[in-house]
Each structure stands twice: as C-alpha cells, then as structure tokens.
Design a binder for this molecule. Structure first.
Ligand code: AMP
Ligand code: ZN
Length: 505
C-alpha cells in the first residue's frame, strides 16, 4: 500500500511497514498518568504520535488508535511494588476522591492536547475501567505457569519466562544478568519475590491504598505494566501493528508488557515498537520528579510557555509555534527547548503560513507549459513524501517544504516564470501544501498567542494600542479594565521589552 519504513526499536532497524490486516492499522500509545498537569515533555511524545496517526491516515489506512489513561497502579519512583500509588498519594494529600483528581487532570490533558491540535484517539480506555480484563490476564499468566502468588500479591516469574522464551531484555537491550543485578538494589520487598527481576502484576492493597478491588488473590489493585497489556489485547488483539511511547518507557514498562502478553497469549504482541525521544530543558530531560539535590523539577507547563508567564523564556510562544518547533526535529532525536530555537521556529512557522496563503491565492495564467521548473517542483513534491515515508522524518520533510516555499515566493515576486509551471503542477503544489500543513503536520492558521493574520489580530493590536495610550496617560482604570475584560475572555496580555503580546488560554 505504501513505501513507509518504520524504525522498530525491537529489531533496531528500519523495516518496511506491512500491517497485519491490509488497509488497517492497530496502534497503541501509552497515555499519561493523570496525577498532575502534563508538562511539555509529555506533550512532545503525544504530538509525535499524533503525526504518526495523521500520516498513516493520509496514506489511506484505517487506523484504530488506542491511548490509555493511567488512573491506578503507577507507583512512586516507577516501582512495581512497595511504594505508594501516585494517584492515591496525591488524592490523599489534596483530600480528594482519587476519581476527582483523575477527572481534573484528564480534562487538563485533553485541554492542552486540544490547544496543540492533536487528534483524539479512537479509544481512550482507563485502567480503572478495565480491572476485570486485568484480573483475567493475571489468571491466564498464572495458568500458563509464568506467575506465582505471595501473600495475596501476584508476581511475574521472569526466570521461568526467560527459560521458556528468552525474549526478556530484548527490547531494552539489557543483558539478563545486568537486569538481575540492576534491580536487586532497588527493591525493598525482596522477601516476597522469588527473584529480583520478577515484578508485581497484582498488588495486595495496604491500608494506605484508597483504590482497591476484590480479586481471587486479595483485595488489591493491578500493576502498572499490566493495564497496557490487558487494554491493548482487548481493543487491538493478541497481536497488533504499532506500540508507541516515550523512550523512558522501554524499560521496565514495555519490556514487562511484552513478557505479560507473551506469558498470557503465547506470542509477541507488537510488530513495530516505536519510541519517541525526550524533550530537554536546559540540556536535561524534562521531568516532574524533583531533583534530589535542588528539590526543583526540571519542567515547564505548556500554559506557562504559551502565556509567557514563566521565569525561563523571554516571551510567550503560541501553541502552533511550539508544535512547529517539535516538528523540526525527528521524533527519535532529543530536542532541547531554548529561546533561540523557539524564536527560529516562530519565524519559520510564519514564513511557511504566509507562503501557503500566497500560494493558495495564486491564479494560474492558463498558458503554463511543463518546463525545467515544473520538473523541479514535481521532484520536490515527491521528495516530501519520501522523507515522511522514511520513518516519519518531519525535519527533512519540512526542509523540502521550505525549498518549495522559496519557489513559491519567487513565483509570487515574479523571479520565477509562471509559464514554466503546468496547471496541474500548481494544483498539486497547492494540495501538497494544504495536506502537509493542516492534515499531516496538524498546524493551524491562527496563531492563538502572538501575531496571526486577519481581523482578530488587527482587533487585538487595536486593543493593545488603546491600553498602551491609557497607560501612557496614567489612566490606570482604563488599562486595568481592558486587561480584566480580556482575562474574562481567557485572553492574557503579557508585557515585555519587545512590547505586549497576547494569548488565548
Ligand atoms: P507519564 O505521565 O509520566 O506516564 O508520561 C506520559 C508520556 O510522556 C510517556 O510516554 C513518557 O515517555 C513521556 N515523557 C515523559 N517525559 C518526557 C520528556 N521529557 N520528553 C518526551 N516524552 C516524555
Ligand atoms: Zn503503557
């Protein structure tokens, strides 16, 4: 159906993509743990897979995209036992029902991803909504002899699994011996585990745990890794095409998912494993977890960046500029969030959107004959698709699109001859720009923060100017009235050395 190649983290090679069922793609992406607001690092991963989803659809596939919400079982420090559940803990601290907390942060997550113009997945299952399926899977693993029960908890038996199947460690590239020594020091509850690399798939709830369900083994809750195994199997089958997530999930989360699926169903679940690389801030992975030395977490919330209300960046950047910035690097490369890079992205984004506007408005003179320029344009159009087919290479596809932007600008200025462009080439150029900008890259015209085009931008500039004059005349009442009225409309003004910018929240 296509020439798409995907880098498979399991084989560590680019492989031709052939879905299990012709014309259909099943894709599972690990969703957020909804115990706090998402940071921009999380957003990067979801934007990367949004591009994958969009491009697969552009290629004509019918995609079932499943992205879960983790609302139970993800323990502090990513431990698999003997630590408090992140959601349980936060709910206890904030004196909320766990589901109150879950709803709040799920809504926040959807809000931010909406602002970043990502498409909703086809199914968004929650872990707490699939306890029955998880209990069934634990039972299957037990029945197949790959798990054992200790004091009401159930542990996956890794040595037994390795002996029978040998696939444990393959995804993360860890040697089995390393795994054993690495995990030994971390885990405190060695008394319950037969082996240090075993992990909990059902955990007996202690008195701290607010969320608990009856099971054949104890009143407890499922292990974090288990939910993705159970929900991907339920909605996509024992085997499916693509499984994605951030690189930090490769081990132990995805390694354990493979073990559980294999342990329950007897086959490798995923045909193409895809991992997105990390968003960095100041050269370090963006993370909510506080630094043990400084006590500060290295992260920035999307809203803080969009409104400019932060101590890190000199100005506000609009959601579409941020999305464009993310496209400028390949999903498997790290990406460092800096002022310079965001400023460059802002310029690039505007240049692209302006060229598109000019292109779409270009009438064809009607006498174009295919010539050298025509050939060149067609070659570039073909190349954009090739770059995307090469493991979703958005930076290279963008670079080719910008070669076309130069051509468009030259055509507009009369530096390139229109009469060398056939009518169908111009039409193809228009469709290519439209498809890539809006459908595949998921960009939008209006810049919600900062200078967009059109009437809204003009009106906002007028309001900002009136407020500026009021301030110059020390008419604080009018200035405050404008700010407050805008705030009521969720429009925030941000004053800086460069002037006043605005953002719609
Ligand atoms: P969590 O809510 O911690 O389970 O993470 C949700 C998703 O965000 C996972 O796919 C993580 O791999 C991903 N993620 C976490 N931190 C970053 C980061 N700094 N850059 C990119 N993705 C991240
Ligand atoms: Zn997962």
């Amino acid at each position: 159906m296509s020439d798409l190649k995907i880098y498979n983290s399991l084989s560590r090679e680019k492989e031709s993509f052939t879905p299990l069922h012709e014309g259909h793609v099943g894709m599972y992406v690990c969703g957020p743990t909804v115990y706090s607001d998402v940071h921009l690092g999380n957003c990067r991963t979801f934007v990367s897979f949004d591009i994958v989803y969009r491009y697969l659809q552009h290629l004509g596939y019918k995609v079932r995209y499943v992205r879960n919400i983790t609302d139970v079982g993800h323990l502090e420090g990513d431990q698999d036992s003997d630590a408090e559940d992140k959601i349980s803990k936060k709910a206890r601290l904030e004196q909320l029902e766990p589901m109150e907390l879950v709803q709040r942060y799920t809504r926040g997550f959807h809000h931010i991803l909406g602002i970043l113009n990502t498409l909703s997945p086809s199914i968004e299952p929650t872990a707490t909504g699939h306890i029955v399926e998880q209990i069934q899977m634990v039972q299957q693993i037990l029945d197949n002899g790959y798990a054992y029960i200790k004091n009401g908890s159930v542990y996956f038996d890794t040595p037994r699994f390795i002996k029978d199947h040998g696939v444990y460690g393959k995804l993360s590239g860890k040697q089995v011996e390393d795994l054993f020594t690495e995990t030994r020091d971390d885990l405190k509850n060695q008394d319950e585990k037969n082996h240090p690399s075993d992990f909990a798939i059902w955990i007996k709830a202690d008195e701290r745990h607010l969320m608990r369900w009856p099971s054949p083994w104890s009143v407890g809750f499922p292990g974090w890794h288990l939910e993705c195994s159970a929900m991907s199997t339920k909605y996509l089958g024992k085997q499916f095409d693509i499984h994605g997530g951030g690189m930090d999930l490769q081990f132990p989360h995805h390694e354990n998912e493979i073990a559980q699926n294999y342990g329950a169903c007897g086959c490798m679940p995923v045909r193409y494993w895809m991992h997105g690389n990390m968003l960095l801030l100041n050269g370090r992975k963006m993370s909510k977890t506080p630094d043990p030395v400084t006590g500060k977490s290295n992260s920035i919330g999307p809203m803080e960046l969009f409104t400019g209300q932060n101590e890190i960046f000199t100005k506000a950047y609009s959601p579409m500029v941020v999305r464009f910035f993310m496209l400028q690097s390949h999903y498997r490369s790290t990406l460092d969030l800096t002022d310079d890079a965001l400023l460059a992205a802002e310029k690039g984004f505007r240049r692209l959107m302006e060229a598109n506007k000019a292109l779409q408005a270009m009438p064809h003179p009607g006498k174009g004959q295919p010539g050298a320029l025509d050939k060149e344009l067609n070659a570039l159009i073909g190349q954009i698709h090739e770059e995307m087919n090469d493991d979703f290479n958005t930076p290279k596809a963008l670079a080719v699109l910008f070669e076309l932007v130069s051509k468009v600008n030259s055509l507009k200025d009369g530096h390139l001859p229109f009469d060398q462009v056939a009518e169908e080439t111009l039409a193809k150029l228009k469709t290519t720009f439209h498809d890539f900008i809006y459908d595949i890259f998921g960009l939008k015209d209006e810049l919600e923060g900062g200078q967009g085009n059109g009437a809204l931008e003009g009106l906002m500039q007028l309001i900002i100017d009136i407020r500026q004059s009021a301030r110059a005349n020390k008419d604080w009442a009018t200035s405050d009235k404008i700010r407050d009225a805008l705030k009521a409309l969720d429009i925030v003004l941000k004053d800086s050395k460069e002037g006043t910018s605005w953002v719609k929240q």
